[in-house]
Design a protein around this ligand. Structure first.
Ligand code: F3S
Length: 406
């Protein structure tokens, strides 16, 4: 691989041990993927920063002990955030986990990461422009950055992202190259998705049809907004391991169908109808009935529009004392929601707001939860597996609220 003078300096340790260690990792990665050179990045976003992710705490500690510092703006994905500890006695985390989390956050802050603790960093100031090279982690963030923003990132791991953040460079391979961003499969929509719930379900269908390939969606309605694209990508990435999609006339690398396919022919074409949506909702349901322990909303993190919709739906209602209504979002969104007077309405209903975290990190087994209702396809796909092993009742936001206030 070609190395510039600055790459060589860092590799030789002339810029400190953290940069040397980081370059060793990135060059090895580049060799594996046949990269020809290292290129500069403008930002990083780091996931898996919770102690439940096996070696994550050791990896973070290693870089922090070497005095590694982020040299590009680097935001953080949700973690088991201490801001929620001791808020609700019945939903607390084991002390050991609380201690480990605080330690890991110490390492993250020492390196100078920006502690937004959200999987929607693009709403929190980490907003790359079209064509910008970045190093992001967490599947929903990666697919959003590549597809909706037209920025360029591979989906890597915590160690690679921290290393990239410390040296401000990545090996050039995969989705950083034009040729690997070409659409493979044409998805023709024969219906108009209407809600976040339907967009999330559509993402699940496309993920199932296109696993590992790049979908190009035709006929996505012009009313499609940024929150629709957020949930569409999140479930597509989780179901199909997809890191980029194109939507003709909507996403920046698909002004036309020809541009999305880079003037080649699709390998396959699929038609998706409203019946597929209905069938998939049934498929995503693993719960035997509607009797759930909790409702989970906000995956990816709920934005201000979703909080507003919740406030309207929950207004004047009381959550049934036998279940927990949990909303996952970021600290900054909640600040805004306070100013807009949505928070009082939500709190008065008895719903709980979790900040900077995510249901998949919570000790739901210890809390005795067996089943959860959600409107998020990504959660419906994730919660049945370890560590949560929950049954999921997958339904619309309106029905989630109805279930909770009965
Ligand atoms: Fe975000 Fe957690 Fe969902 S990290 S995308 S809320 S699974």
């Amino acid at each position: 691989m070609y190395l510039s003078d600055i790459d060589k300096k860092m590799l030789l340790g002339e810029e400190g041990s953290a940069k040397q260690f980081s370059m060793q990792i990135l060059i090895r990665l580049g060799e594996i993927y046949g990269a020809k050179r290292m290129i500069p990045i403008k930002s990083a976003h780091v996931g898996c920063l919770s102690p439940q992710f096996g070696a994550a705490i050791e990896i973070t500690k290693k870089f922090a002990d070497l005095e590694g510092k982020c040299c590009v703006p680097t935001t953080t994905n949700p973690t088991l955030n201490p801001i929620n500890f001791n808020k609700w006695n019945e939903l607390n985390e084991p002390l050991k986990l609380q201690k480990l989390t605080k330690k890991q956050i110490g390492h993250v802050l020492k390196m100078g990461m920006i502690p937004v603790w959200t999987c929607t960093p693009y709403f929190e100031g980490n907003l790359p422009h079209y064509g910008e090279m970045i190093s992001w982690d967490e599947s929903s963030c990666v697919i959003f950055a590549n597809s909706v923003l037209g920025a360029r990132t591979n989906r890597t791991t915590i160690g690679v992202n921290i290393a990239s953040s410390i040296v401000g460079r990545v090996p050039e391979y995969g989705l950083l190259l034009d040729r690997n961003r070409k659409g493979d499969i044409l998805i023709k929509l024969h219906f108009k998705p209407k809600s976040l719930f339907e967009y999330g379900t559509l993402g699940y269908i496309i993920g199932k049809l296109c696993g590992g390939k790049i979908p190009v969606i035709e006929n996505l309605p012009k009313s499609t907004n940024v929150n629709h694209l957020k949930v569409l990508g999140a479930s597509m990435a989780t179901k199909g391991g997809i890191s980029i999609f194109h939507a003709v006339g909507i996403t920046p690398e698909a002004i036309t169908k020809e541009e999305a396919f880079q003037n080649s022919k699709p390998e396959f074409e699929y038609v998706v109808t409203r019946k597929d949506i209905k069938d998939s909702i049934i498929e995503l349901n693993t719960a035997k009935n509607k009797k759930v322990d909790a409702i989970a909303i906000g995956c990816p993190h709920a934005g201000i529009e979703e909080i507003k919709e919740l406030a309207i739906l929950l207004s004047g209602k009381k959550i049934n004392k036998n279940l927990h209504f949990c909303i996952f979002t970021s600290e900054r969104t909640i600040e805004l929601a306070k100013k807009m007077r949505f928070i009082n309405i939500i709190k008065e209903s008895g719903a709980k707001i979790f900040l900077g975290t995510c249901l998949v990190f919570q000790s739901t087994k210890l809390w005795g939860w067996k089943s959860v209702a959600t409107n998020a396809a990504k959660l419906a796909l994730s919660l049945p597996s370890k560590p949560n092993e929950l049954d999921v009742y997958y339904t619309s936001l309106g029905e989630c609220v109805d279930l909770a206030v009965r």
